[in-house]
Structures are given as structure tokens and as C-alpha cells.
Write a protein that binds this ligand. Structure first.
Ligand SMILES: [Zn+2]
Length: 320
């Protein structure tokens, strides 16, 4: 097992993601600033077949991964997991061959059917947002090193992909749903797909490789980034995070952010509790200026996507 401080072997890099070997036959694709991968993806060589955990935001980026798999002689891709319905995890589905089993929970399939066509119909608004963001980036007056500039660079490909509903994009749904843990074994590695119940969304899938003590946590864990609560369930999320701490994975692949170890998980619990505390303090008060009254605690000031903190507090306020 390599350590979390960058000693894993980077097999390939492109402008969208780094393709990193965690242990022999288990890989992480880590999104790069300004790329169109957006989410992280896990890859497991089972022995006779390959399993891909999440499918990226961009079909073009998913295609790069398919090419890497054949370039590095991985066995045929047989399983693609959609951990949850958010666009940045499922839009790459279309590039995988028809023989591939695309697996999600029943709730994820339902939420994809419910939400993704609505997103696709929203193209005009997305295009407006994209062009105003592009304009902001082109005319940015400060330093390229500013976090506020880099945040814009981070969001730009997201909206570019959202706006791309032309002939290149064709929504493909999971063709296999599970409601219980499913074990997929091969001669090399074994993967446990575990439905979490309500957590980051109505019912996410996480993946655990017991032989190597590696966890693919999807968006239940964000490393160095504010998570997004609004489609999920706080109590369920906390319970799941606690169960993950019990597992004590040596390596935790978050949905967003760098490869981590078990410590990323209690850090998420602390974050949830920090949001709860801020929400408790605001409860019953009339907020004069919504944003100004919600201060991000020091521990999370340098985390990416600070705008989610306020959203998370409002989500929590509606629940307590
Ligand atoms: Zn998500």
C-alpha cells in the first residue's frame, strides 16, 4: 500500500484527470483543476473483467479512460457503477459497450429518470450561465493564482458539459439495479457494492475492496471541499460515515478531492457537526443578509466550493 502523500504511482496524466495506481490492479482517476472529469473514478481489475466506479461528467473523458484500460491490458470492462444520479457521475455512461452492466440502486435509476431530462431541457439557462462565467474568466482582473479565479476555472467545464446536449451526448440509464449489498468477485480482486440508504442522495452506492481495505466513498466524502447536502439526508449521512470509520479503510477515494485515508471520513463528520452548530445558532433568528450572517468556520475557509456552506446551513435549518 502506498501512502496518502503522493507516493502512489501515477500511470498517466491528461488535462482532465490523473490515472493513479493505488495497489496492483486498483486505480483512482483524480479530477484535475480545469478538466472535464469533474468527479473521481475508481477502476478495479477483477482478474477476468474490469469494474469502473462512476463514469465522469464528460463522455469524452470516459472514452480516455476506456482507452487507458485497453492500453494497460486491463480485462474487458464488464461493470460500470453509478454511485448516484448527479450528472457529474453518470454522463460518461454512453461510451461503454452494450455488454457492460451499468449498476445503480433503484432510487438512483428513478432519480435519473426524473431529473436528468429536466436538466437537459434547461439548456438555455445553462448556456447563459456558461457564457457569463466564460466572460468572467476572460476578463478576470486579479491574479491567476487567486482562489476565486481558480474556482471559476473549476466550474467552467462543468457548465460547458451541462450545456452540451447536442449530438455528442446521449443519456444512458443503468440496466441493473440493486437494493442489497452485491459482491462481485474475480480471481484478482473482489468488490462489495453497498447501498447506503439516504445519505448524499436517496440511496447511494459505495464500493469496498476488503482484500486491500480500499473504500470508494463517492460523494459521501469530499476531501478539502465543501460537500453538497441538499439532495440527501443528514442523519443517514452521519450514520454511514460512522460505519465507514468502523471499517477504517487504509485508502479512501472521495467523490471529489485527492486520494485520502480513513481521516477524511471523521473530517466529514466534523464538517456536518460544524454546519449543525451554525444552523442551531441561527435557528429562530431573522437573517437580515442571508450570506453575511453565515460565516464559514476557520477550519473550512480554504476548502473549495465555499458557496455550498451557506446552502448546507439553509438545508440544515429547514430540518432542525
Ligand atoms: Zn453528488
Amino acid at each position: 500500500m502506498g501512502d496518502i502523500f503522493g507516493h502512489f504511482r501515477t500511470v498517466e496524466s491528461n488535462k482532465h484527470f490523473d490515472f493513479i495506481e493505488i495497489v496492483d490492479g486498483v486505480f483512482a482517476c483524480i479530477h484535475r483543476l480545469g478538466g472535464s472529469a469533474i468527479c473521481n473514478v475508481g477502476v478495479v481489475n477483477l482478474g477476468e473483467e474490469t469494474l469502473i466506479f462512476d463514469a465522469f461528467m464528460s463522455p469524452n473523458v470516459a472514452k480516455v479512460l476506456v482507452d487507458y484500460c485497453s492500453q494497460y491490458n486491463l480485462p474487458p470492462i464488464k461493470y460500470v457503477i453509478n454511485s448516484h444520479w448527479h450528472s457529474d457521475h453518470i454522463r460518461g455512461n454512453q461510451v461503454f459497450s452494450d455488454e457492460v452492466e451499468i449498476i445503480s440502486t433503484r432510487e438512483t435509476l428513478r432519480l435519473m429518470e426524473e431529473n436528468i431530462p429536466v436538466e437537459l431541457n434547461n439548456r438555455d439557462e445553462v448556456l447563459r450561465h456558461w457564457s457569463s462565467l466564460k466572460n468572467d474568466v476572460e476578463n478576470y482582473a486579479g491574479s491567476r493564482e487567486d482562489r476565486s479565479y481558480q474556482e471559476k476555472i473549476m466550474w467552467l467545464p462543468f457548465f460547458e458539459e451541462m450545456a452540451d446536449t447536442d449530438s455528442r451526448f446521449e443519456l444512458r440509464y443503468p440496466n441493473s439495479v440493486i437494493n442489497e449489498t452485491r459482491v462481485i468477485s474475480g480471481s484478482f480482486h473482489e468488490v462489495h457494492l453497498v447501498p447506503t440508504g439516504p445519505a448524499h442522495t436517496a440511496n447511494d452506492l459505495i464500493a469496498y475492496i476488503p482484500g486491500q481495505n480500499i473504500l470508494f466513498a463517492s460523494d459521501l466524502v469530499h476531501a478539502g471541499m465543501h460537500p453538497y447536502f441538499s439532495d440527501g439526508d443528514i442523519r443517514g449521512l452521519k450514520n454511514q460515515l460512522r460505519e465507514m470509520i468502523e471499517i477504517a479503510p487504509a485508502c479512501c477515494l472521495p467523490g471529489h478531492g485527492p486520494i485520502s485515508d480513513v481521516n477524511a471520513i471523521p473530517e466529514m463528520v466534523n464538517y456536518v457537526e460544524a454546519v449543525e452548530k451554525v444552523a442551531q445558532n441561527l435557528k429562530g433568528k431573522i437573517l437580515k443578509n442571508k450570506s453575511a450572517d453565515i460565516e464559514i468556520p476557520d477550519a473550512y475557509r480554504d476548502w473549495w466550493f465555499p458557496q455550498f456552506f451557506e446552502k448546507n446551513v439553509h438545508f440544515m435549518l429547514a430540518k432542525i
